[in-house]
Ligand binder design. Structure first.
Ligand SMILES: *[C@@H]1O[C@H](CO)[C@@H](O)[C@H](O)[C@H]1NC(C)=O
Length: 333
């Protein structure tokens, strides 16, 4: 009697345990399903409009509308060279970006831009006008063919912010918006997507430097320059470059068709004593691979670096490991 009771009790206890266990696993399954569903919902929402909106929460930085004043807008200064397809493609893209005020195309070719090209670009700009407002499109025609042209002072530039780009890289408008916001919080600083570094080359002697490309930045996690092929900076640096950059450096750049971006990094670092800011953003290269893939690129850049250090009388670049990311696009936290 006692024995059977004990067995019964044990069985009941066991059954209960199984019950709890199954109930538990059902709960976990429901929870898991809920998590997956929420994730899908969030991802779908994100993809739909590029901003994170979940249950009516919107945190769209761009919607804080400061775009009506020149301080809330920026100008694109684009360097181009005989690649009209790329130029058309990139202008067509950028014309659609909010908060863009004007586009300056730096033209250094012997022939003026053709009428069909102008017509095409103006039409694209017209199609992208919003609220009766149209982006201004200006060709800055230069007689001399020099890479220094891209940093010539632009008279009557309405915006403080300049977004300097090459014609063969495309950034989604959302990435540009983000970099612009970062720049607005540090308007003296250069803010860009393509970091590079310098390092002391002790094998070559005192005050000798080496140029570090993408791999070096990736390996060390530090950088001291952002390239002007894709960077925001204040328009005052155009004036500074035009007026203060030593003539010997400008000549060197014209002659070697290289390193104007390093010179600009020197100029800003010399003025601020601070490092630039690297922002995370999507980049699409639409052109051919460009000079950076040609052999001897790194040696030529190293030469520029040491030449400029000699001209400035010191190494102005400051290293950092800070990287700005859009917290809405970080997966976990
Ligand atoms: C670098 O900074 C020094 C000190 O502020 C200044 O005198 C010099 O003109 C600057 N050089 C250039 C090329 O801007």
């Amino acid at each position: 009697m006692r024995g059977s009771l004990a067995i019964n009790r044990r069985t009941v206890f066991k059954l209960r345990q199984i019950g709890i266990a199954t109930l538990g696993s059902v709960k976990i399954k429901i929870l898991l399903c809920g998590c997956v569903a929420l994730t899908l919902l969030a991802v779908a929402n994100r993809n739909r409009d590029g901003s994170s909106s979940l249950w009516g929460w919107t945190s769209d930085v761009a919607s804080l509308d400061r775009s009506s004043s020149p301080r809330g807008r920026y100008a694109i200064v684009m360097n181009t060279w005989k690649r009209y397809d790329l130029l058309k493609k990139s202008i067509s893209h950028y014309a659609s970006c909010p908060r863009l005020d004007s586009i300056h195309i730096i033209w250094s070719e012997p022939n003026s831009p053709s009428d069909p090209l102008k017509r095409f670009l103006n039409h694209v700009i017209f199609l992208n006008s919003r609220n009766g407002r149209q982006v201004e499109l200006i060709f800055d025609i230069n007689k001399e063919d020099s890479l220094n042209n891209r940093f010539k002072e632009i008279k009557d530039l309405e915006t403080d912010a300049v977004f300097s780009i090459d014609d063969d890289v495309i950034f989604p408008c959302s990435s540009i918006e983000f970099a612009f916001t970062v720049w607005q919080s540090a308007p003296d600083t250069m803010v860009g997507y393509v970091p590079r570094m310098h390092w002391v080359d002790e094998t070559k002697g005192k005050d000798k430097y080496g140029y570090g490309g993408w791999w070096s930045v990736w390996w060390t996690g530090t950088y001291s320059m952002v390239l002007s092929k894709a960077a925001f900076f204040h328009k005052k640096y155009l004036k500074l470059y035009t007026d203060e950059m030593p003539a010997s450096i400008k000549e060197y750049i014209t002659r070697n068709r290289n390193c104007e971006d390093i010179a600009m990094s020197f100029l800003v670092a010399n003025a601020t004593g601070a490092p630039p800011i690297w922002v995370k953003g999507k980049i699409f290269e639409i052109g051919s691979t460009g000079i950076s893939s040609l052999g001897g690129h790194s040696e030529r850049r190293t030469q520029c670096l040491n030449k400029f250090v000699a001209e400035f009388g010191r190494m102005p670049l400051v290293s950092t490991s800070l990287k700005a990311v859009d917290s809405r696009n970080v997966w976990f936290w």
